[in-house]
Design a protein around this ligand. Structure first.
Ligand code: NAD
Length: 252
């Protein structure tokens, strides 16, 4: 188990992609720190399933929340910035509070976790910083202004961290999934129906899967496999990359 002795914090790991990444890292022996919302009993079961994972429940839309998460998590060797949310609405109707929330969670939280995780990683001479970005870190879709802006920002932050930490044994990369069938995607269907005047089936086939040449949703485990690979020693020179896992959506 190549991650024995390593501590791995995965933000937003009570569901979807983050949970799949947490499972993959724990499967290789990492001590996982879970974060995210959810039913207390279900989370306790997850902790047990992952071999005694820790759980730090903080809301990452505030700097204070992120600082408390990092204090609760302690020193981490692997940081996966994954927590995210979506809101679908034309710009002129986009609630300003939603904009602030999405930028805070999908972008600023990753800056704060990174700045607080880096000192230990530098001292250890080893670290992995991985972000779940999105195809929307590379291309845009209408009605997703905050999400697309935040995800382009994550791709930029990844590049800066990659350059700043290149000589410290720390790599920084992001993974950009296309549509993955998780609550985040399912929950945006009603607003997309409203914004575009479409039925549920039309949203699934003519909006979501229309983007993916394979006509398949990506599975969370496919993203987890890349995250796990990035933690291997063989990946030590993969730095500043943006891995697309989108069935060809962003091919030019
Ligand atoms: P999800 O809704 O299944 O999981 C989101 C996780 O974030 C949950 O654990 C939730 O509790 C947590 N979370 C939400 N708000 C939070 C907050 N304020 N503070 C702390 N945790 C919070 O979503 P998912 O699809 O697994 O998304 C995970 C990441 O993948 C996100 O960054 C998302 O943008 C990205 N992504 C998803 C897709 C997709 O199609 N599902 C595609 C590309 C990128």
């Amino acid at each position: 188990m190549f991650l024995s002795g390593k501590r791995a914090l995965v933000t937003g790991s009570t569901s979807g992609i983050g949970l799949a990444i947490a499972r993959a890292l724990a499967g290789e022996g990492a001590k996982v720190i879970l974060n995210g919302f959810g039913d207390a009993d279900a989370i306790a079961k997850l902790q047990e399933e992952l071999g005694g994972a820790e759980y730090v429940n903080e809301d990452l839309t505030t700097t204070d929340g992120v600082e408390k998460l990092m204090a609760g998590a302690g020193a981490v060797d692997i940081l996966v910035n994954n927590a995210g949310m979506q809101h679908v609405s034309p710009v002129q109707d986009f609630p300003p509070a939603k904009w602030d929330q999405i930028i805070a969670l999908n972008l600023s939280a990753a800056f704060h976790t990174s700045r607080l995780a880096i000192p230990h990683m530098k001292q250890a001479g080893w670290g992995r910083i991985i972000a779940t970005a999105s195809a929307h870190s590379l291309v845009a879709s209408p009605f997703k202004s905050a999400y697309v802006a935040a995800k382009h920002g994550i791709a930029g932050l990844t590049k800066v961290l990659a350059l700043e930490l290149a000589q410290d044994g720390i790599t920084t990369n992001c993974i950009s999934p296309g549509y993955v069938w998780t609550p985040l995607v399912e929950n945006q269907i009603p607003d997309t129906m409203k914004s575009r005047g479409l039925t549920r089936d039309q949203v699934i086939n003519d909006v979501l899967l229309k983007q993916q040449p394979t006509k398949q949703f990506v599975q969370p485990e496919e993203i987890a496999a890349i995250a796990l690979f990035l933690c291997r020693e063989e990946a030590r020179n993969i730095n500043g990359a943006n891995y697309t896992v989108d069935g060809g959506w962003t091919v030019e």
